[in-house]
Design a protein around this ligand. Structure first.
Ligand code: ADP
Ligand SMILES: Nc1ccn([C@@H]2O[C@H](COP(=O)(O)O)[C@@H](O)[C@H]2O)c(=O)n1
Length: 526
């Protein structure tokens, strides 16, 4: 297949579409949310337990076979057959061709470089990226150009796949790679069919001449197939024919679906009894800032006055926005106290030294939980100049109530692991009720390598009896800065779309903080 076989995952794909899927843009999400409709997308369900630790890895499939045997075709058909599985990524071993020297590129243009020998591929880097993705961490994959015969300087960010399919002529060659696969497939195809397909493909997609293709084939491709590729078929769990393989693909996708179902059941069982319902009944009703890493904005008359206006159902929208913005500014200012500062001396305009402080963090960013985090995101922008801000959309699944990650767009300083480890991140959302969204959002940042004590969760409201205790048990070093702590949390049915007779046809359950401020996002944006 042609060049880039990666499935982009900066945002999550809609189910039922192949890997070149549409992604949910922030605008889509806001439009959907504004209409108050239930999003039908299958997002990513929790991949961690109540202690915050990961309990399920991604399911990894390795597909090997000769060049043009149909490996990519099989991978794509599996994705199609899986249909409603939320996030599948196809990773090609071709992305891991080593960076070639100028001399090697020159030889490659003359069909005199051996791309079919295991030495041509950076197996170590391939295994390392795959192992990160499998363990639910982000990875940044190299991008390879077949026309330039070279690895490009750009990389592709990947995160959050429930299923990873890797394919390549030598996908089953390396023991370290084989150890990562949950299912190993070999695509078996006649050599003449593979050659015919390769000629057709390399002429149309890789800019090659027939003579060059044949020379390369006889010199390197065929001998390497016999020597390195074909022998790895013995490691495969299943051999798939290179053509007429619909039945084999059906069997494989049924197997994968069953494996994922088993994992999902385990997850639900482990989470059972610790969800929001349970917490309301049994969670500690007493959160004290001595045991929790929680900072309550000092309840000055000024803050109490703002909160009173925001709690009042009669407050008009203009005032609601104005005072929400004021509270957001105060909260973000308070939250910046959690950052490390170092001493700094400056010379004033009158030539005198003044001793002060300077924020001492290598990277600083914000991540807003859509869409209720919006007002606090604006607060971040007002207080911290040019702060990069990402977003996540997390919504409860209508029937199970499980949180689903539907969209993810993170700043560069989180997408790159070596930067994330030195990044401080403000996570912002309007309230912490059941805690499910906050829990998932924190887990995403930790997966990327942001240290727990570099995460500062800023919110208007925390429900005393909600998921706050579970959250802080799981992530004791995450700091929470809030404007108020309210006593109650109630589960409520929110009616959504109206049918033709103007009767509500759908709805979803939401957690409402009491006394609270109502739905802050709706009051701010609608
Ligand atoms: N089962 C199949 N039936 C028909 N054509 C196929 C089949 N599998 C692959 N092909 C075609 O053969 C060519 C090479 O297939 P591809 O999947 O890209 O091979 P590989 O990834 O193994 O190099 C493509 O043009 C593809 O459409
Ligand atoms: N610059 C390159 C790199 C690799 N190849 C050939 O690609 C084949 C592997 O890709 P498939 O999609 O066919 O699995 C391999 O046989 C290399 O010979 C190339 O021609 N040029």
């Amino acid at each position: 297949m042609s060049g880039d076989k990666l499935s982009p995952l900066p945002a999550f794909s809609r189910p039922g579409l192949s890997r070149t899927t549409t992604t949910l843009t922030t605008r889509d999400i806001l439009v959907q949310a504004k209409k108050n409709t239930v999003l039908k997308s299958h997002g990513r369900p929790p991949w961690y337990g109540e202690d915050g630790h990961r309990i399920s890895d991604a399911f990894v499939i390795g597909i090997a076979g000769g060049s043009a045997s149909g490996k990519t075709h099989v991978a794509r058909r599996i994705v199609q057959a899986l249909g409603s599985i939320p996030t599948v990524v196809i990773m090609s071993q071709d992305s891991f061709y080593k960076k070639h020297t100028e001399e090697q590129v020159r030889l490659a243009h003359q069909s005199r470089f051996d791309f079919d020998h295991p030495e041509a591929i950076d197996m170590e880097s391939f295994a390392s990226c795959l192992s990160d993705l499998k363990a639910c961490r982000q990875t940044n994959i190299p991008i390879y150009s077949f026309t330039e015969h070279q690895r490009l300087d750009k990389t592709k960010y990947l995160y959050g796949a429930a299923i990873i399919i890797t394919e390549g002529i030598l996908a089953l060659h390396d023991p370290a790679l084989r150890a990562l696969y949950d299912l190993k497939i070999f695509v078996q195809c006649d050599s003449d069919l593979m050659l015919a397909r390769r000629i057709k493909r390399d002429v149309t997609e890789r800019g090659r001449s027939v003579d060059g293709i044949l020379e390369q084939y006889l010199r390197y491709v065929k001998p390497a197939y016999d020597h390195f590729v074909q022998p790895t078929s013995r490691y495969a769990n299943i051999i798939v024919p290179g053509s007429d393989n619909a039945v084999a693909i059906d069997i494989i996708s049924t197997h994968i679906r069953r494996q994922l179902d088993e994992r999902a059941t385990q997850l639900r069982q482990r989470l059972a009894g610790t969800g929001p319902r349970h917490l309301v009944a049994h969670g500690s009703p007493d959160i004290s800032s001595e045991t929790l890493n929680l900072t309550l904005l000092p309840q000055t008359p000024q803050v109490k006055g703002i909160l009173t206006i925001l709690r009042d159902a009669e407050t008009n929208r203009g005032d609601f926005i104005f005072f929400t913005d004021r509270l957001a500014t105060l909260l973000v200012e308070k939250a910046t106290e959690e950052l490390p500062y170092r001493a700094k001396t400056v010379i004033t305009p009158v030539g005198v030294e003044a001793h002060g402080k300077q924020v001492d963090v290598p990277h600083l960013c914000g991540v807003s939980i859509l869409r209720s985090g919006g007002p606090l995101e604006r607060g971040l922008r007002r207080v911290i100049n040019n702060i990069p801000i990402g977003s996540m959309l997390i919504q409860s699944e209508a029937t199970s109530g499980e949180p689903l990650l539907l969209h993810l767009q993170l700043p560069v300083c989180i997408r790159q692991r070596h930067l994330a480890e030195n990044t401080y991140a403000f996570l912002v959302d309007a309230q912490i009720g059941s805690g499910a969204a906050a829990f998932m959002a924190i887990r995403v940042l930790l997966d990327h390598g942001v240290p727990q004590d570099h995460i500062i969760f800023v919110t208007f409201l925390v429900a005393r009896c909600g998921g706050i205790s579970m959250l802080q048990r799981a992530f004791p070093d995450v700091k929470i800065v809030c404007g108020a702590v309210d006593d109650h949390l109630r589960e409520m049915w929110l009616e959504c779309e109206e049918g033709e007779d103007e009767q509500p046809t759908e709805g979803r359950k939401v957690w409402v903080v009491e006394p609270g401020m109502g739905h802050i996002g709706d009051r701010y944006y609608l």
